[in-house]
Each structure stands twice: as structure tokens, then as C-alpha cells.
Write a protein that binds this ligand. Structure first.
Ligand code: ADP
Ligand code: GN1
Ligand code: MG
Length: 364
């Protein structure tokens, strides 16, 4: 608690600090909802300890977030949007005038205004949420399309699927925790699909699709949806906003939004890609993104779901083999369960790929 007091006094939050509680279900940072009293009224903030083992250049990351949120705010204001303060994250400065604070132990902290009346949902409940979240993520990409000066790469090669595949091969070779024998089927599944890992990165390198400013972590729960209207109010979790391909963004919407099972679901009979949710995603996304997508990007929208679901499956498998050091886990075997769920989704998309493709073409 003493630690939290020190952090609280490092930020320019008005009022009296009351306390905090752990919040949300992210796998990387430590997130808290923080309570203050301002003249008898309770006011909330989001305070996060940024995982600096994963994000090695926190000042560079925070510089990105400052630039991105200022750009978004300007765009919303120019468009005459209502409730701008609920549509874009607002950073509270530290007492020494920065967007973050580094404590005596070397940990990095930041504080955002808490967006009230909107929540990030882990599991989809109806097609309207797919449509509205995709619209919000497409709108986000659209707003950032004219940013000048390249953003910092907060995690180099983040969506370089080939290097993820190579890391898996290395982890198998090392077998540091003696787990390779348990996952022969998953390893075989990965090897059978090696051919897909280069598709997007090679096309980008050859100039066939553009590098853009992308979010890179478009999980359903990274858009806060209005509790009354389900509108995708605010795109959050901006740590990985950097140069990339819109395909990885659209793909991760498919991965996290087209199925009602948890990310670590063990009953794989519940895991199928739901085509109605997919259609709602395509509709919402194209409403805000069709103005800037090039034909090759459109052509690969359905494929992108399979590609990133495979990539995230590889990452969970790697973490399992390396002893569960990257993604937070709450129980033994959680990473391999997450991997199996992703691979089942890949299979389900493979079976439905023709239909997915026809749906995308139907919107041309
Ligand atoms: P992680 O990178 O660990 O996923 P996030 O930035 O996504 O961290 O935050 C974790 C959770 O905290 C989100 O899923 C959301 O529920 C909540 N959250 C984050 N920022 C805000 C905010 N400004 N207002 C309200 N809730 C927020
Ligand atoms: C992590 O931070 P969070 O929980 O939104 C991860 C994503 C993965 C996701 C899988 C920086 O996202 O890349 O897709 O878990 N973020 C980072 O659920 O690695
Ligand atoms: Mg998140």
C-alpha cells in the first residue's frame, strides 16, 4: 500500500487518493482502477504498471501514445464528434511533467482518465457487438492514416509470423522444460502450415500492400463499448500501436470476436468460427475502412483471420515450451489450452474459408 501511495502522489490527479483494485483481464500489464475523492465526489482513474520486460523502451512507447491520442483528439474535434473525452484516452501527467512515472524500483506507471459507462467485453454476446467493435477499429485506423513521422516500434517484429515460427522451432530444439513430448500433435499442426507464415510479410516487403499505422492488438476487449448503446466508444490498449499491416488488425478481430468460447476453452467442441459474427465484422470494418484499403488488402481479409489465429497459437505454444514466462497464467497448462483453442479456430476457418471469402467479395 505504501508503494501505491508513492505512485498516487506522483500524478497530477486532483482530490484525495482513496485506494485501488486490480482491474480487467489483460495478459501483459498490471491494471488498477484507482479511486479519488474530489469535494465529496468519487472520481476514477486507470493506473497501469507497464511491463518493461516486454516493452523495452517505455519512453518511446509513451511518446507513441501521446502522439496517437493527440492526433485522434484533433480528428474527433475536426469532425465535430460528441463526447470526445469518452472516445479517446486521456493521459494524466506526472508531477514532473511527463506522461509516465518511474518508481524507485525501476517500474513504469501511467494514469488515464477512467471512461465511465463503457466496458471491454471478453466474450461476444450478439452480432451488434461484432459490427460496432469492427467499426471502431476501422475508424481508428482511418484516423491515423495521415500521421506523419513513423512511430517507434515498441516490440520489433511483433507480427513477423516467420520469426514467430522460427522461435517455435528453436524452442522445440531446446525443450528447456521437457514439455515437447506432451505437444507432438500441436507441433505437427504448426509444421503442416508453415507455408502461410510469409504471405503478409513478403507482400509488405515487396510493396504489394502498404505499411500503415495499426493497432496490432485488436482483441474485442480492447474497445470500450457504451453500456447503453453498445457503440464502440474508445479504442484502448495502445502499447502496440506502430507501423504494421491492417490485415493483422482485422485478423485479430476475427480471432477474438467470432466465437463465444474463452481464449483458453478446453472443450474444443465449443470452438467454431461463427460465420454470422464474421459477416457482422466485415460489414462494420468496411464501413469505416473501405475508403483506404487497397484491393490486395481486401482480398486477404478472410485469410488474415486464419493467419493471426495461427500466429497467436504459435506464441502460446512457444510460451508453454519456454516455461510460461510471457503471458500471465492463472493455472498449470493454461498456455497450451490457449494454443489448442487457437488451432481449433484455425481449422474451423480453413473449413469455412470459401464462404468467408464470398462474404468479403459480397461487400465490394
Ligand atoms: P492490457 O494491455 O493488460 O490488456 P489494457 O490497457 O487493455 O491492458 O487495460 C486492461 C483493462 O482495463 C481493459 O480491458 C479495460 O477493461 C480497462 N481499461 C483500460 N483503460 C481504461 C479506461 N481509460 N477507462 C476505463 N477502463 C479502462
Ligand atoms: C496480449 O495485452 P493484451 O492482453 O491485450 C498480447 C497480444 C495477444 C493477446 C492474446 C503485447 O494482449 O499480442 O494477442 O495477449 N500483447 C502483447 O490474448 O504481447
Ligand atoms: Mg487489453
Amino acid at each position: 500500500m505504501e508503494q501505491f501511495n508513492e505512485i498516487a502522489s506522483a500524478f497530477e490527479c486532483p482530490g484525495t487518493y482513496l485506494g485501488e483494485e486490480p482491474y480487467g483481464s489483460g495478459h501483459i500489464n498490471d491494471t488498477y482502477k484507482v479511486y479519488y475523492d474530489v469535494d465529496g465526489e468519487e472520481v476514477h482513474y486507470i493506473r497501469q504498471r507497464i511491463n518493461h520486460k516486454i516493452f523495452k523502451d517505455v519512453p518511446g512507447l509513451m511518446e507513441n501514445i501521446g502522439r496517437v491520442t493527440r492526433h485522434q483528439r484533433k480528428k474527433f474535434e475536426e469532425a465535430g464528434a460528441d463526447q470526445v473525452d469518452r472516445r479517446v484516452l486521456t493521459l494524466i501527467p506526472s508531477v514532473d511533467g511527463k506522461d509516465f512515472y518511474q518508481d524507485a524500483k525501476g517500474n513504469f506507471w501511467r494514469t488515464y482518465v477512467f471512461i465511465e459507462g463503457a466496458v471491454g467485453i471478453d466474450v461476444i454476446e450478439h452480432t451488434g457487438q461484432a459490427y460496432k467493435s469492427a467499426k471502431a477499429f476501422g475508424g481508428f485506423q482511418c484516423q491515423l492514416a495521415d500521421m506523419d513521422d513513423r512511430l517507434n516500434d515498441t516490440i520489433p517484429n511483433f507480427h513477423h509470423t516467420r520469426s514467430r515460427y522460427d522461435t517455435l522451432m528453436q524452442a522445440i530444439e531446446e525443450d528447456a522444460h521437457g514439455r515437447v513430448a506432451n505437444v507432438q500433435a500441436e507441433i505437427a499442426f504448426a509444421k503442416e502450415r508453415e507455408a502461410i507464415v510469409d504471405v503478409v510479410i513478403d507482400l509488405m516487403a515487396a510493396g504489394g500492400i502498404p505499411e500503415r499505422v495499426t493497432h496490432n492488438d485488436t482483441k474485442l476487449n480492447n474497445v470500450l463499448m457504451d453500456c447503453e448503446t453498445d457503440e464502440g466508444m474508445c479504442v484502448i490498449d495502445l502499447d502496440t500501436v506502430m507501423p504494421g499491416s491492417v490485415l493483422y488488425d482485422f485478423g485479430d478481430m476475427i480471432r477474438t470476436t467470432t466465437n463465444q468460447a474463452a481464449e483458453d476453452e478446453r472443450d474444443l467442441s465449443k470452438v467454431e468460427m461463427n460465420i454470422d459474427y464474421f459477416e457482422a465484422l466485415v460489414k462494420g470494418y468496411l464501413e469505416t475502412a473501405s475508403g483506404f484499403l487497397v484491393p490486395k488488402e481486401r482480398e486477404l481479409l478472410a485469410f488474415s483471420g486464419k493467419l493471426i489465429t495461427f500466429e497467436i497459437g504459435l506464441r502460446f505454444l512457444i510460451d508453454y515450451l519456454q516455461g510460461d514466462t510471457y503471458f500471465k497464467t492463472r493455472r498449470e497448462g493454461q498456455n497450451i489450452d490457449r494454443c489448442r483453442k487457437q488451432f481449433k479456430m484455425v481449422q474451423s476457418m480453413e473449413r469455412q474459408m470459401d464462404q468467408m471469402q464470398r462474404i468479403v467479395e459480397g461487400f465490394q
